[in-house]
Design a protein around this ligand. Structure first.
Ligand code: SR1
Ligand code: MG
Length: 390
């Protein structure tokens, strides 16, 4: 069957994705190709296209004009594909080993062609299966330090930084986070989604004025504090792992926001996994958080000492103040993310996948308590070791 070349935006199918890959010269004209749609995220199509034995392969990711997880009733800008590929390219300037290589982008089709990472596994899946990744904290901590330092006012001059802020204005995707992470779970909102057995617990959360006040303060930071170019959605589904390597994927939520947000989302999703595990696994999960923070803070410090462009950077106490603020924010943001993944829209398989209802409800109850504690106590929690689950 002849493929008619379409113009403008059209959603790809497995056939048209193959044709696109061929027309872009990734494969020979007559090469027999295989293709499957492997996207398991909330928003996009992801096609894997390869030669018969996948000796050669690429990924074609296409943004849909709506959120796949909700359906066509939730329209979503296609511009996010461009944001994602620009963010991947920007991050690769500082840490090329941490992100997939972008091979081609098409703004109109909302398509990014990327290096195929099918020999990696999504971290969330690996953690649920009980696998260990000893190099994960080193890789994630380094990625965080480099991307967050080098896109901040400490790593860039004022003009360069402001140009980047402008390039990464991402209002539609930020609005999703503003609503789903920072607002809806703290109100009786339609988008919330929780098991009826948790209603009493959730209503107590909605009626807790102090939690709501602190969540409001954290939301304001997210709205206003343009510290650095964030990934913006750094949960364990945005990280690909294998034993000796880690890749950070999917930065379509990238924008200039508070440095603690990426760190907090990562902490939150490790803690959510921990809550789903037997007690004997908790220390290992806490170690991921502790080591990631230690790597982040020591690498951020090295970059600060070697490359800081801010006159005040040599003032005694300034670096400690900044690191203290980043840590405090990351704990508060982690609290919001934990609550959202338990009572809001877009849950995590770590908790929802617990088959035994009693155990699942217990884990979710503990998640709500933990989220509350992190939001309320973020100023007194001084180190990651204090995040130990009871
Ligand atoms: C409607 S989108 C739901 C969630 O999926 C993404 O991964 C983000 O976490 C977003 O909040
Ligand atoms: Mg994603």
């Amino acid at each position: 069957m002849a493929i008619v070349k379409q113009s403008g935006y059209y959603p790809l199918t497995e056939n048209s994705a193959v044709e696109l890959a061929r027309s872009l010269g990734f494969f020979d004209e007559n090469e027999e190709l295989l293709c499957s749609e492997i996207g398991d995220g909330n928003l996009n199509y992801v096609f894997r296209i390869g030669s018969r034995l996948y000796e050669k392969s690429v990924i074609i990711k296409q943004a849909l004009p709506y959120a796949k997880v909700v359906g066509e009733s939730m329209p979503l800008t296609l511009k996010r594909a461009q944001i994602e590929s620009c963010a991947l390219k920007k991050f690769s300037e500082f840490t090329p080993e941490s992100v997939p290589q972008v091979l081609y982008t098409d703004e109109e089709l909302a398509v990014t062609v990327m290096e195929d990472l099918s020999d990696y596994k999504i971290l969330r899946k690996g953690l649920i299966e009980g696998e260990a990744y000893p190099l994960l904290p080193k890789h994630v901590g380094t990625y965080l330090a480099k991307t967050l330092f080098f896109t901040s006012d400490f790593g860039l001059n004022g003009k360069e930084k402001k140009e980047l802020v402008g390039r990464f204005i991402n209002p539609e995707l930020c609005k999703i986070t503003e609503d789903l992470v920072f607002t809806d779970p703290f109100y009786d909102h339609d988008s919330n989604n929780f098991e009826e057995e948790l209603r009493e617990k959730v209503e107590a959360l909605w009626n807790d004025h102090v939690v709501r006040l602190e969540a409001g303060k954290l939301k304001r930071k997210f709205l206003t504090q343009a510290d650095a170019l964030l990934h913006g959605d750094l949960h364990t589904g945005s990280i690909f792992v294998k034993k000796d390597d880690t890749k950070i994927i999917d930065p379509e939520f990238a924008f200039y926001g508070p440095i603690g947000f990426d760190i907090g989302q990562f902490f939150a999703n490790i803690l959510l996994n921990s809550l789903s595990r037997p007690k004997e696994d908790h220390a290992g999960r806490l170690k991921i958080i502790t080591e990631t923070w230690n790597v982040f803070s020591s690498e951020f410090t090295e970059l600060w000492l070697a490359h800081n462009q801010e006159t005040y950077s040599t003032t005694a106490g300034y670096l400690d103040h900044i690191l203290g603020e980043i840590f405090e924010d990351s704990i508060g943001f982690a609290g919001c993310e934990i609550i959202r993944r338990t009572v809001g829209l877009s849950h995590v398989a770590d908790l929802d996948g617990i088959e035994d209802q009693t155990k699942r409800l217990k884990a979710k109850t503990e998640a709500i308590d933990l989220g509350r504690r992190l939001i309320l106590q973020r100023k007194v929690i001084k180190g990651p070791e204090q995040l130990a689950l009871y």
